[in-house]
Design a protein around this ligand. Structure first.
Ligand code: PEP
Ligand code: MN
Length: 366
C-alpha cells in the first residue's frame, strides 16, 4: 500500500536553494574556532555555496573525543552569516539545541543519524520546532530501517514542519567495507518512490569516510536524480578535530562541483530520455551490485559446506538435494515473473561453480 503523502513545501521555495541541481550544503564537520569558521565560510562563499553547515554539538562514539564547541560556535556562524551573506545550518539532537538555534538565527537544522533512530528525541525536537518555519533535514537512522526514517518524518510533518527533506548518509555495518557507511542505495530509492515529494540530499562525506570516494558517491546521487549534496569542507582538513580524513578544502570542493561531477539538468536542452535512461541504469548498477554481493555470500557458505563434507567424509554431490533446490527456485522464480528456462540456466551455473569449489576443497590434501 502506498504511504500517505507528506505535506511538503518544494525545495526551491524554501528560500535557501535555487536550481539547477545539485543544491549544496557545505562546511566543516565541526565548528572549532572563530578563525576556522570564518576562513572556511569565506572560501565556500567564494565558490558559490549559499548554505554553510557546521556541527556545534557532536555525537561521538567514544567519550573523551571532541564533542563540539557548543553555543559559542553559533555566534561564529552568525558572524559568517552576516559577513558573507550565507545561510547557516547545524545538527540538533534535543529541545535545548533547537532553542539555541532559534536564538542564534540558524536557517536550517538537521537531525543526525543517531537521533533519527530515537523516536523520543525526534518527538521532543518536533515539539520544540512547532510554530517555526525553519527547514529541517532528516538523516537516515544508523540502521537500515526505512519505517523508522519515515516515522521521524511523519512526526516532524505532524508538528507542522513543511520545509522538510532527507539526507542519505548510509548505514553502520559490523563488517569493514570499502566505505565508512554502507550506501544500500535501494533503501534511498525505495524512500524516493514512496515519497517523491520529499527533497532528497545525499551526504557523500559520511558515506565515504575518506576523500577518494566522494566524487563517485556524489555522481551516483546525481544519476539517481537526487536534488542535493551535503559535503564536509574545512579550510585545513589535516588538523580538523573530527572527521579529518573525509573533509575537502573549499578548492577541492570547487573542483568536484565544477570540473568532476556531470550534472544532467532536467531543464537543459538534452532530451529527457537521457536523464531517465541514466537514472534507470544507475538503478540497474545498484541491483547488479546486490546480485554480486549475494553470489559472494552464497559462495562463502558453499565453501563452508565443502569443508564440512570433507571432515565428515561425505560425497560432494547429493542429486536429490539439488533436484529439490532447482524445483524450488523455478517455482519461486515464477512468482517474480522469471521464466523456467532462465532460472534453470542461472542456477545450474551457480551450482556448477559451487561444485567446482567444493571439489577443490575436498581434493586438497591436508
Ligand atoms: C555530521 O553531519 O557531522 C554527522 C555527525 O553526521 P551523521 O549523523 O550522519 O553521523
Ligand atoms: Mn562529520
Amino acid at each position: 500500500m502506498a504511504d500517505k503523502k507528506l505535506d511538503i513545501v518544494p525545495l526551491y521555495e524554501w528560500g535557501l536553494f535555487t536550481e539547477p541541481r545539485p543544491s549544496v550544503v557545505a562546511g566543516p564537520c565541526s565548528a572549532e574556532s572563530e578563525e576556522q569558521v570564518m576562513m572556511t565560510a569565506k572560501g565556500l562563499k567564494e565558490l558559490g555555496i549559499n548554505v554553510f553547515r557546521a556541527g556545534i554539538w557532536k555525537p561521538r562514539t567514544h567519550p573523551g573525543s571532541f564533542e563540539g564547541v557548543g553555543a559559542d560556535g553559533l555566534k561564529w556562524m552568525q558572524k559568517a552569516k552576516k559577513e558573507y551573506g550565507l545561510k547557516i545550518a547545524t545538527e540538533v539532537a534535543s529541545e535545548r539545541h533547537v532553542f539555541e538555534c532559534l536564538k542564534h538565527g540558524v536557517d536550517l537544522v538537521w537531525l543526525g543519524a543517531r537521533t533519527t533512530a530515537n523516536p523520543f528525541l525526534v518527538q521532543e525536537i518536533a515539539d520544540a520546532l512547532k510554530d517555526t518555519d525553519i527547514p529541517v533535514l532528516v538523516k537516515n537512522p544508523v540502521n537500515a530501517d526505512l519505517d523508522l526514517w519515515v516515522g521521524a518524518l511523519e512526526r516532524l510533518n505532524r508538528a507542522g514542519i513543511r520545509k522538510l527533506g532527507v539526507i542519505h548518509r548510509g548505514f553502520s555495518t559490523f563488517e569493514k567495507i570499502q566505505y565508512r557507511n554502507d550506501p544500500q542505495w535501494q533503501v534511498a530509492v525505495e524512500l524516493r518512490s514512496r515519497h517523491p515529494e520529499l527533497p532528497f540530499f545525499v551526504d557523500p562525506s559520511h558515506l565515504a569516510g575518506c576523500k577518494e570516494y566522494i566524487c563517485e558517491i556524489s555522481q551516483r546521487s546525481l544519476d539517481l536524480g537526487f536534488e542535493g549534496l551535503m559535503i564536509e569542507s574545512h579550510c585545513n582538513p589535516s588538523v580538523a578535530l573530527s572527521d579529518a580524513k573525509q573533509q575537502l578544502t573549499p578548492d577541492e570542493l570547487s573542483d568536484l562541483l565544477y570540473n568532476q561531477l556531470v550534472v544532467k539538468d532536467k531543464d537543459s536542452d538534452a532530451p529527457e530520455w537521457k536523464e531517465n535512461i541514466d537514472q534507470l541504469r544507475a538503478k540497474i548498477d545498484i541491483l547488479d551490485e546486490n546480485i554480486l554481493y549475494t553470489l559472494g555470500a552464497r559462495m562463502k557458505v558453499s565453501k563452508q559446506i565443502g569443508e564440512y563434507k570433507k571432515s565428515n567424509n561425505i560425497a560432494i554431490l547429493q542429486t536429490s538435494r539439488w533436484d529439490k533446490v532447482l524445483s524450488k527456485v523455478v517455482e519461486k522464480g515464477s512468482d517474480y515473473g522469471l521464466n523456467e528456462k532462465f532460472i534453470k540456466a542461472v542456477f545450474t551455473a551457480i551450482h556448477e561453480a559451487s561444485v567446482e569449489v567444493q571439489n577443490e576443497i575436498i581434493s586438497k590434501k591436508n
